[in-house]
Design a protein around this ligand. Structure first.
Ligand code: PAF
Length: 280
């Protein structure tokens, strides 16, 4: 695996691949890789000649009091995992490479960011879109791979690709879970065993919502049931949000829409903020 840290070198390499007619699949990450990331890489390998992954903990998408400093950075372990998955190139830029001077230009998105995670993380998606647009312009991939766990992020990136005419096909891949049902996340590393059990509150609540939806199609009723379930059974969990939404538009809905209803939520387990969702 080639590890490339600067933009000029990666552009040169990618130019060579393109001259050889090779297709490029790209998996952007912030590292602390787990099976969820690896599932994206495996799909990218099946669908492309060359797989490029990036690891960059993007400061722009962290709020003031968030976990930028303590975000896990097990870079040697990550490199080994990527080698094992036969990733051709790891793009591993520093902050100075990605943001060499004050940024005048940001990518923002209307509507889709003013709900769900965007409410408690108001600058997050501008940070995500800006870095992802930069990465797309550097890597110029044919296909890109994102996880459904960050559903709002994936939808927002999908819209940016469409609105700004990036010639890229986006794949949104299924959530990978632990046996218990807990969605894999780099932030699970913050949890101790007790907290890991408590973290299941979210997945359990989403499943309860799904079960109720077979009998009752009222979205407000389902959202209330999901919230009450957590409030009643998990004293140490703080709910950020638990919503029932249109999976295409992210708008709140009144009644369940067959196959395109998104049950989604974010909770705090101690200081750790976790998200999850299911489509019903
Ligand atoms: O999902 C992530 O890991 C990040 O938000 C991304 C897409 C790599 C942008 O920094």
């Amino acid at each position: 695996m080639k590890v490339v840290k600067d933009i000029k070198s990666i552009r040169k390499l990618i130019k060579q691949y393109k001259m050889q007619g090779k297709s490029i699949g790209f998996v952007p990450t912030m590292g602390a890789l787990h099976e969820g990331h690896l599932s994206l890489i495996r799909k990218a390998r099946r669908e492309n000649d060359i797989v490029i992954a990036s690891i960059f903990v993007n400061p722009l998408q962290f709020g003031l009091n968030e976990d930028l400093e303590k975000y896990p950075r097990p870079i040697n372990k990550d490199k080994k995992l990527l080698e094992k998955e036969k990733v051709a190139v790891l793009f591993l830029p520093t902050n100075e490479i990605m943001y060499p001077h004050i940024l005048y230009t940001y990518v923002d998105i209307d509507k889709l960011k003013d709900c769900m995670c965007g409410l408690s993380r108001p600058t997050h998606f501008i940070g995500v879109l800006t870095v992802v647009a930069k990465l797309f312009n550097i890597i110029t991939p044919d296909k890109v791979y994102f996880g459904q766990k960050d559903y709002q992020q994936a939808m927002i990136i999908k819209k940016m690709i469409l609105d700004l005419n990036f010639p890229i096909k986006i794949n949104i891949c299924p959530i990978v879970r632990e046996k218990s049902g807990l969605a894999l996340s780099s932030r699970n590393m913050y949890l101790n065993e007790k907290e890991k059990l408590e973290a299941l509150a979210l997945y359990n609540a989403l499943n309860l919502g799904k079960e109720i939806s077979f009998k009752n199609k009222n979205a407000k009723f389902i959202a209330t049931k999901m919230k009450n379930y957590i409030l009643k059974n998990y004293k140490n969990i703080k709910i950020d949000y638990l919503n029932v939404r249109n999976a295409d538009t992210l708008e709140k809905i009144k009644h369940i829409l067959p196959k395109k209803t998104l049950l989604c939520g974010a909770i705090y387990v101690g200081k750790t903020r976790l998200i999850d969702n299911i489509i019903i």
